[in-house]
Write a protein that binds this ligand. Structure first.
Ligand code: SF4
Length: 370
């Protein structure tokens, strides 16, 4: 039976991480001389208190634990949201870089280093996909995701966090496929030795970037990535089978989503269960009549649209009935098209080019009040 450990944080993070590792069966994971890769979720330049990014103090506690267990080197790496012009900023402007360095580890942005290329790995991935060499060069990989809702995938947890190991230029093509199936395919290529979910501060509502922080002081860990994500989804008030990455990951044999088959150690799931606001409720509450057609749209267009909409006071300011992005098709006559993916329909509709277009430009286009 697979184990997922769940902890409501009561003391300092260093102690809680040691406890989490013991409870999850990872006590002896690190061997003397191991090179350990930690993969947090860094989202642009968001501070961890927004819930958008893995808490650097959780990462620091894992670094300390790994060195105590005998690790020779700990590397913290990510390839964040590809709309960010200088990816190093996600380390330098969020405090993550400084905290990692103080803990004796080094940080890398994957995009500045080599990738191992996979060809024809899955029909759900681009023909050629690059995965950071750090994933394969390390002795142990520990995945440390944030705990967030996600407007495309419903949640973003450990399974989705592995997308950050993909070569930046492959990510757009990645999203043109079925993003949930593509994430499952990536999970078949990357197998972290341990998966931790940082639920110190989560994000509900319009995650993964524009939601509301939830201070829940939780940590989860386990070797079964599907099981860990299933337990976290349950805690958010979302049944595991509602989450396509979890459901398809389970069907693909990557882990177990049935919580009855998973041994939960530490605190009880039922005692900690919450009811998080889902992404669609945030937009439908604010813009009840606005239709968003975003099948196959990646985070670039989705996020910049959300940032633009966040800036709009009410639906009466919007000039269109529908916004179309990604591989979706305009159905409503009064549609506006966002991003170069929609170019085949541009001759008949108002549109904005770019990949992705800037949020300020989107707002100017869609608003009556310029
Ligand atoms: S146009 Fe938008 S949806 Fe299409 S690849 Fe670019 S950012 Fe993604």
């Amino acid at each position: 039976m697979n184990t997922v450990s769940v902890i409501k944080i009561k003391s300092d993070l260093d102690n809680e991480i040691v406890k989490l590792m013991d409870l999850s069966g990872a006590k002896d994971l690190i061997k003397s001389g191991d090179i350990v890769l930690l993969k947090p979720n860094l989202h642009a330049v968001q501070h961890y208190t927004t819930g958008g990014t893995t808490n650097p103090y959780v990462v620091a506690a894992v670094i300390k634990w790994a060195y105590k267990c005998g690790a020779k080197e700990v590397i913290v790496g990510d390839s964040p949201y590809y709309g960010l012009s200088d990816p190093r900023r996600c380390f330098t402007e969020t405090g993550m870089g400084e905290i990692v360095e103080k803990s004796g580890a080094r940080w890398v942005t994957f995009g500045e280093h080599e990738f191992r290329i996979f060809r024809s790995a899955s029909r759900h991935l681009p023909e050629e996909v690059g995965i950071s060499r750090f994933v394969f060069d390390c002795d142990k990989m520990i995945n440390i995701s944030a705990m967030k809702t996600h407007f495309n995938c419903l949640v973003t947890l450990c399974m989705k966090n592995l997308k950050g190991c993909v070569r930046p230029e492959d990510k757009a093509a990645f999203h043109k496929a079925d993003v949930n199936r593509a994430i499952v395919a990536i999970n078949s290529l990357i197998k972290p030795h341990l998966n931790i979910i940082d639920g110190t501060v989560g994000m509900e509502g319009m995650g993964p970037a524009s939601g509301t922080p939830v201070n829940c002081n939780l940590l989860l860990a386990g070797k079964d990535i599907v099981g860990v994500d299933s337990a976290a989804s349950f805690l958010m008030g979302i049944q595991p089978e509602e989450v396509m990455t979890i459901k398809r990951g389970y069907q693909a044999g990557l882990g177990d989503m049935n919580l009855d088959n998973i041994q939960i150690t530490g605190d009880k799931l039922d005692d900690l269960k919450m009811n998080w606001k889902r992404p669609d409720s945030t937009i439908t509450e604010k813009f009840p009549n606005l239709i968003i057609r975003n099948k196959g749209a990646c985070s670039g267009c989705n996020m910049n649209l959300l940032v633009a909409l966040n800036d709009v006071k009410s639906e009466s300011e919007i000039s269109y009935n529908a916004v179309v992005m990604g591989q979706d098709e305009p159905v409503e006559k009064n549609s506006v098209l966002i991003g170069k993916c929609t170019s085949s329909f541009w001759k008949d509709y108002d549109h904005i080019s770019g990949c992705p277009p800037k949020s300020g430009d989107i707002k100017k286009l869609i608003c009556l009040i310029k």
